[in-house]
Design a protein around this ligand. Structure first.
Ligand code: NAD
Length: 349
């Protein structure tokens, strides 16, 4: 199969990543970039990358097969829809757009044009998430009960458009969309309630952190938290299952697992706490449990583009589907409603 000709729209942080990735790709050829800021286009040219003079020029170029949109969140819809109407396949950066009505219009444009349209959920290739997902799917520690997924930083929300509501800023859209998508890849039952609270430590306009609880129709639950003022970080991932627990303390670390071999302990030694003895909270011994560490799974984020290009040729289904995009965005919508009303919202997503 020939390499597909790609143009990246927006040559900022993530557009730069896509352009660089394309230069090393086995499935796409970087045909050029386009940014509304002349200095970004000049930078691309100085690096030997063709910069188009206008978006119209990109759309008029019949050699362009595929467009990746890496611009602020509020303008994803208009730029993606124009590309689809011009007959290009489209990869959009996350969050794909700001609400479900907007996403519906984007999906309708893709369906009408008969083009592949998907969102760059690149964190499906994060090895911490993959370790937990593979462990859950293996059934090794039994049925999953709850997943807790946290990202804690201490540098505040970035001072660019991410701090502004009009651009679709805030941490729920920025990191939440990844973490919610990851959880919904592991727990696949419908989401039946969402409870979300925002932090506004230095930014009143958008959330600079959030805490989100999701319950699922099969009784499982998940907690997703993003913090930008956490000088001590809580563990990245924690999973409780019927026959064990798993923990990834930090995204650089391996997954630790404690598997329960059998529940019954004949002779539990009580532990002394300040206020007295407890058997309930006494640590397990290594007869009734086995403790081990999982190797980090192999992962290659280039698989996203490889799959997308195969989907363009009709050889595979896109890994990130319209239905998945819609479900994740709907949870985000319900989370905004929950935070605004300060209450748990029942739903069926
Ligand atoms: P950025 O501010 O670094 O870059 C955005 C660029 O888009 C700027 O150069 C700006 O001039 C340009 N731009 C704005 N409007 C435009 C338009 N209409 N046409 C052409 N160019 C336009 O932002 P960023 O960090 O690169 O984020 C861009 C997108 O990528 C966002 O949606 C963001 O959420 C996403 N992102 C994804 C990841 C990921 O891991 N998947 C990481 C970072 C950012």
């Amino acid at each position: 199969m020939r390499k597909m000709n790609l143009v990246v729209i927006g040559y900022g942080g993530m557009g730069g990543w896509h352009a660089q990735h394309a230069l090393n790709s086995d499935v796409v050829n970087l045909r050029g970039v386009y940014d509304i800021l002349p200095e970004r286009n000049a930078l691309a040219e100085s690096r030997g990358i063709h910069a188009y003079a206008s978006y119209e020029d990109v759309l008029a170029d019949e050699q362009v097969d595929l467009i990746t949109v890496a611009i602020p969140n509020d303008v994803h819809e208009s730029v993606c829809v124009r590309a689809l109407e011009a007959g290009k396949h489209v990869i959009c950066e996350k969050p794909v757009t700001l609400d479900c009505a907007s996403l519906q219009r984007m999906c309708a444009a893709a369906d009408k044009a008969g083009r592949i349209f998907s969102v760059h959920q690149n964190r499906r290739w994060d090895v911490d998430y993959l370790a937990i997902k593979q462990l859950a799917e293996s059934g090794e520690i039994g049925e999953v009960i709850r997943i807790e997924s946290r990202i804690h930083g201490s540098r505040g929300i970035p001072s660019d458009w991410r701090g502004l509501k009009a651009y679709g800023g805030g941490m729920l859209y920025d990191w939440g969309i990844h973490l919610i998508d990851q959880v919904m890849q592991i727990i696949t039952a419908p989401v039946v309630s969402v409870d979300c609270r925002f932090d506004h430590i230095t930014n009143d306009e958008v959330d600079d952190g959030f805490r989100l609880d999701m319950t699922f129709a099969d009784g499982k639950s998940a907690y997703v938290e993003v913090g930008t003022y956490n000088f001590i970080a809580m563990p990245r991932l924690y999973m409780r299952a019927k026959d064990g627990s798993a923990l990834i303390s930090d995204w650089r670390e391996k997954c630790q697992v404690v598997k329960c071999n059998y529940w019954h302990e004949s002779d539990v030694l009580p532990v002394q706490t300040a206020a007295g003895l407890t058997k309930t909270m006494a640590p397990r011994d290594d007869i009734t449990t086995t403790t081990y560490t999982l190797e980090r799974p192999a992962s290659d984020v280039h698989e996203y583009y490889r799959n997308f290009v195969k989907a363009m040729a009709g050889e595979e289904q896109p890994l990130v589907t319209h239905t998945q995009m819609m479900r994740v965005l709907r949870v985000i919508e319900v989370a905004f409603e929950s935070a605004e009303k300060n209450q748990v919202i029942a739903c069926n997503v």
